[in-house]
Write a protein that binds this ligand. Structure first.
Ligand code: 4AD
Ligand code: MG
Length: 458
């Protein structure tokens, strides 16, 4: 359909001034008077609305009336002109209404709460806030692909349905075509009769398959949906979220930390260049000082501290934490946030966690107690990246698995990577929605996903 994106009209304004153009979009607001009417039109390609100016002397009343409806979809012809107040606007010659919009349309008001908008996920992309969120989401995804593509990584697609629980935390959603009944004598029998002939679930992470791919392709990354049946009803947990997981051969913990920092800075810088209006909007409406924060993240070094030192800092902080800190216990969000927000006041890598609170695949340090792992914590959120060097020694890996009661026979392919030409290698997982939250200042993960899936809500 012949028309021009509103984005292009604003971007290359001078080229269009004085010309006849056709635009399409939805009515955000309108005003009417005796001789003139105004419509704010948005087509989703630009955050800013295009103001349509309708002189009643040149467009008939019958044509104008059905267009003065919030939510109606229009096709409009007219002359693109510059205006002192709006920069540019359009002087309308003719209007066609694609789709009218009855007055039970829920987005009548100018401002709606995010809580209300969560009840209408199918309509909320028609608001400025969500237009901005999804523009940043899209730009960040593109920046991520650019980074890895530019550094020689292969983009691999790991399976979504899998038999192995990568994190070993028992948070997999089951995938099955039939239910249990009393004819099955054992669980084994039941799973054997199922679609795959084995117990299957939705992946919690593409890492294990990603490691196998990296062992031939050298450097890979995944970027796909992952699923966790965690009963964490928080503003940072979703049951379906996207993860970016690079896996790099011939790379130790120190190297992967450098890569992660370089990567985070690159994608933030890229999105600052590609989405200036959206980020200015978030700076003004959602998080004052957001742009200054992002600028300083790109320009300064991230902090680094070992888990052991971090526990010390927390103990000496004089803070009353809900969960007490002891060496060996996992850091809670309140601890993570104290470290990154109050102590370091910037993104922070915490390294060398106790082996017992981390996953089986992490490289065991010579001290026999800790693993070569790191979490990247950021102010306002806490953990955004989980990272480690992988255990490359077959025997050590097996013993870590047995210690966790993992069935080795389900991981024979993974173990083969350590049997046949094992190499030092490392990788990390970035929570896509968490980096979107960090870059936009959006407070709730439910507002970064088109259709958020969280415990108790579909
Ligand atoms: O720390 P996690 O569990 O690490 C892994 O899954 C590793 N296999 C990654 C790797 O080394 N390849 O998860 C990685 C990141 C977290 O840091 C967090 O940002 C995000 O994924 N994440 C979630 N995001 C939203 N909702 C949830 N329920 C999340 N669980 C983890
Ligand atoms: Mg983690």
């Amino acid at each position: 359909m012949q028309h021009t994106d509103i984005r292009l009209l604003f971007k290359n304004g001078e080229e269009y001034v004085g010309k006849q153009v056709t635009v399409c979009g939805w009515v955000r607001t309108w005003r009417d008077s005796k001789s003139i009417a105004f419509i704010e039109l948005n087509d989703g390609t630009a955050l800013k609305n295009l103001q349509l100016v309708i002189e009643k002397s040149s467009v008939s009343d019958e044509a104008v009336k059905p267009a003065l409806v919030v939510g109606a979809a229009l096709k409009v012809d007219g002359k693109f002109i510059s205006s002192e107040r709006n920069g540019y606007e359009m002087s309308v010659r003719s209007i066609e209404v694609f789709g009218g919009c009855p007055n039970d349309y829920p987005l009548q008001k100018k401002h709606h709460t995010l809580e209300f908008l969560r009840t209408i996920p199918h309509l909320r992309p028609r608001t400025r806030f969500f237009e901005a969120v999804f523009a940043v989401r899209s730009a960040l995804a593109f920046a991520i692909h650019k980074y890895f593509n530019g550094h020689g990584y292969k983009y691999v697609h790991t399976p979504i349905i899998t038999g192995s629980d990568c994190e070993g935390a028992g948070e997999m959603f089951r995938v099955t075509t039939h239910g249990w009944n009393s004819e099955y004598k054992t669980e084994q029998e039941y799973f054997a009769a199922d679609f795959f002939g084995a117990k299957a679930g939705l992946t919690v992470s593409g890492q294990l398959e990603g490691e196998c791919a990296a062992m031939g392709l050298g450097k890979i990354y995944t970027f796909g949906p992952t699923f966790r049946a965690e009963h964490s009803n928080t503003t940072r947990h979703a049951a379906e979220f996207w993860q970016i997981e690079p896996e790099v051969c011939f790379c130790d913990l120190h190297d992967i930390i450098e890569i992660a920092e370089d990567f985070i800075k690159y994608i933030i810088k890229d999105v600052m260049e590609s989405c200036p209006e959206e980020l200015a909007f978030f700076d003004e409406r959602i998080e004052k000082g957001l742009l200054a924060k992002l600028k300083s993240v790109v320009e300064s070094d991230f902090g680094k501290i070992t888990y052991t030192e971090a526990v010390d800092v927390l103990k000496k902080s004089g803070k009353e934490f809900k969960y007490p800190v002891e060496w060996g216990s996992d850091l809670q969000t309140e601890h993570e946030r104290y470290l990154t927000e109050e102590y370091f006041k910037k993104p922070l890598f915490v390294t060398n966690y106790p082996a017992d609170i981390k996953a089986f695949y992490m490289k065991q340090n010579p001290d026999g107690k800790t693993v070569a792992a790191t979490d990247l914590l950021v102010p306002g959120i806490g953990e955004i990246i989980g990272c480690s060097e992988r255990e490359g020694d077959l025997d050590k890996l097996k013993s870590a698995m047995l210690k966790r009661n993992m069935p080795l026979e389900s991981y024979t392919e993974y173990l083969d990577t350590r049997k046949y030409g094992s190499v030092p290698h490392s990788g990390f997982g970035l929570g896509f929605e968490r980096i979107i939250m960090y870059v936009t200042g959006v407070q709730n993960i439910r507002d970064t996903l088109l259709y958020p899936r969280t415990v108790g809500g579909l």
